[in-house]
Design a protein around this ligand. Structure first.
Ligand code: ZN
Ligand code: ZN
Length: 341
């Protein structure tokens, strides 16, 4: 007997106000060997979903169901892989994140940098994601959601949180250093909490009064405009906004030896840089690509231990297109989450 479920999928990628997503009835996926079937409780709304829906990222699976911050409950297991010990039982609460699979044999995988795997696959891009009532995942790539996070609070941790954690490490902020966060949405507001808990001085540079107010409430030392210099020179900065034109401003705000990490998967063009103004004095600019499973486990452990709390705006499952429109407009305080199960 094949059961069916409701799922959003990308009809044809295009501007979000033209509603590229459609709600369809499709069969519930079958878990393959090594996979578990998850009844989706919540799914976070991430900027990458917007890039998939609008076509900023090339189509990897036509009519894909977006969503890669999934919290759900295991309801079925595929056959066990030979020699593998099952990680999750029926009824366990698990998270499904962006990194879906890696080859395990390329030189990056073997060097412990599976985020750079040449054959990696991603949830909600290469395979159907969590804007649906059910989803499957290889259990080796799923996470246990720490107690203390309900399904709504847990969802944004799975991409916004994990990627922010990796970005913070890539930004090489020294102990007690000064960190600038450019853009202040789902990922930045979690990264700010992590940095503050570690004794870092945080400066937020973003448009939007609500975002600035949230930054100050969380403990940021200042909140101002991304195109103005912060009150102090920064040791490190992370660019969360997908706006390449901010790169020269962020580089100019760095102290000698400082590092700028660009956290997004997609960035508009970076204007010409001036060597003296933007790069000299050994300033570094780097990108952040996805995460390793180890990053994910470390972050979830830290998030529970340090009391990291996502500020969420909840949406009904049927309101997924509106949630993406609000995100596109920069109109979400904290992180958006779809309530599904
Ligand atoms: Zn690999
Ligand atoms: Zn994401």
């Amino acid at each position: 007997m094949t059961r069916s479920m409701r799922a959003w999928r990308v009809r044809t990628p295009g501007p979000i106000r033209e509603r590229p997503l459609e709600l369809v009835e499709v069969p519930v996926p079958e878990p393959a060997p090594g996979e578990v079937l998850v009844r989706v409780l919540t799914c976070g709304v991430c900027r990458t979903d917007l890039h998939v829906a609008e076509g900023d990222l090339p189509v990897r699976r036509p009519h894909v169901t977006p969503g890669h911050e999934i919290v759900g409950e295991v309801v079925a297991r595929g056959a066990d892989l030979p020699g593998a010990v099952p990680r999750f039982a029926i009824g366990d609460r698990v998270g499904i994140a962006w990194l879906r699979s890696t080859c395990g044999t390329c030189r990056h995988c073997r060097a412990g940098a599976e985020n750079l795997c040449v054959a990696s696959q991603y949830t909600g891009w290469d395979a159907d994601g969590g804007y649906a009532e059910y989803a499957v995942v290889r259990e080796a790539y799923a996470y246990r959601i720490p107690d203390g996070f309900d399904a709504t609070a847990g969802a944004p941790l799975l991409c916004a949180g994990i990627i922010g954690y990796r970005a913070l490490r890539r930004a090489q902020v020294p102990p007690g250093g000064r960190l600038g966060l450019y853009g202040f949405g789902g990922s930045a507001h979690l990264t700010a909490q992590l940095a503050l808990a570690q004794g870092v001085e945080v400066h937020v540079l973003t448009r939007g009064e609500a975002a600035r107010a949230l930054a100050l409430r969380l403990g940021a030392a200042s909140a101002g405009d991304a195109r103005e210099l912060p009150p102090v020179a920064l040791d490190s900065a992370i660019l969360f906004a997908p706006a390449g034109d901010i790169v020269p401003y962020a580089l100019a705000a760095l102290a000698p030896g400082g590092t700028l990490a660009v956290a997004g998967i997609h960035l508009s063009d970076i204007p010409a840089l001036n060597y003296q103004q933007h790069l000299f004095h050994e300033r570094t600019v780097t990108s952040v690509e996805s995460n390793t499973r180890r990053d994910g486990e470390e972050f979830l452990t830290l998030a529970a231990r340090l009391g990291i709390r996502a500020h969420t705006t909840e949406y009904a499952f049927t309101d997924a297109p509106q949630a993406l429109e609000y995100l596109a407009a920069g109109d979400v305080e904290g992180a958006g989450v779809l309530r599904i199960g």
